[in-house]
Design a protein around this ligand. Structure first.
Ligand code: ADP
Ligand code: MG
Length: 208
């Protein structure tokens, strides 16, 4: 994966999040403050615009640019969390112009670690971690089993979809939703839903 492909990922993620912004906001209306789709659309649009202006030359520079834009433009809890995730992923990639499937796995794991370090969410707390964590494991298992990039990113996206579904019976224990206690049971977590979109975008651009 080169910088062009990483930019295509961000463009596709932006398209998916913008197209599904109302749905994400609707999910956040049920257990939060009805701004997640608006927040993330704003952040990703800003990221995509900055990428168009600056055209970073390496995958790491693309992800670092996205991380900065998300932190400064997204808002909400999700802005710093996603921003930190992209910056942590960027760090693992360094200056390499081309990223292997193994390196991408390390980047995804670093993104998860960054989110968990900042937000202190455990799996099962009904957050974006519940989509990303199974995705990272599925990706890793696929690569360890000899899968190509396309199959590994598809496995990650599919695991995230399952992780999102698994948030429905959970009670939120982190973020704004946690204030609603048991009333959060029976709903998908909005951040887990946006993580699914971002990983589906990755599977799309790396798919054969
Ligand atoms: P806010 O809650 O500030 O309005 P958003 O609506 O943009 O921010 O994002 C809400 C999402 O952020 C939640 O659905 C959840 O997935 C995620 N989130 C909130 N707090 C945490 C946390 N501490 N760790 C991981 N994810 C979190
Ligand atoms: Mg919100």
């Amino acid at each position: 994966m080169d910088a062009t492909m990483f930019r295509a990922w961000v463009a596709e993620a932006t398209r998916l999040v913008v197209d599904n912004a109302d749905h994400l906001t609707h999910l956040d209306a049920a257990i939060g403050d009805a701004d997640h789709g608006i927040n993330l659309s704003r952040g990703l649009r800003a990221a995509a615009a900055t990428l168009d202006e600056t055209a970073p030359a390496t995958p790491g520079a693309v992800l670092a640019t996205v991380g900065r834009a998300l932190i400064s433009k997204t808002g909400g809890a999700s802005g710093p969390l996603y921003g930190t995730a992209f910056r942590a992923a960027a760090k693992t990639l360094g200056e390499d112009p081309d990223v292997s499937a193994v390196q991408l796995g390390a980047a995804l794991a670093a993104a998860l670690a960054g989110i968990r370090q900042l937000g202190a969410a455990e799996p099962g707390d009904k957050t974006m971690v519940d989509a990303l964590e199974p995705a990272v494991h599925a990706y890793q298992a696929a690569v360890d089993g000899g899968s190509e990039l396309a199959a590994a990113t598809r496995a990650a996206a599919d695991a995230a979809v399952q992780g999102l579904a698994d948030t429905v019976p959970l009670q939120a224990r982190k973020g704004r939703a946690s204030y609603l206690g048991p009333r959060t049971i029976g709903h998908e977590d909005p951040g887990a839903a946006s993580t699914v979109l971002i990983l589906q975008a990755l599977a799309t651009v790396t798919g054969v």
